[in-house]
Design a protein. Structure first.
Length: 79
């Protein structure tokens, strides 16, 4: 995913230029589609870099994504 959107790894986090226009990224969980926009993926901004709030992990040869706060903020938390 990070290679597809042109993100780079900076000090252990994924980041893209805040000036870059990115398409929405969709995840399919249990046959339901959950889309996140660039604005929703960004956790914080540092100068011209937008730090993204998803992270890749590999557990015993099974690549996975931690969606974390950016996913929960849109699809789980209710006020």
């Amino acid at each position: 995913i990070m290679a597809m959107i042109g993100a780079e790894t900076v000090e252990g986090v994924h980041a893209v230029s805040c000036n870059k226009r990115l398409p929405d990224i969709s995840f399919v969980l249990g046959s339901k589609v959950f889309a996140l926009s660039m604005e929703e993926l960004v956790m914080t901004r540092v100068d011209d870099l937008c730090i993204l709030g998803i992270q890749a992990i590999d557990i015993v040869g099974h690549p996975m994504w931690i969606l974390g706060d950016v996913f929960l903020r849109k699809y789980y938390v209710q006020f």
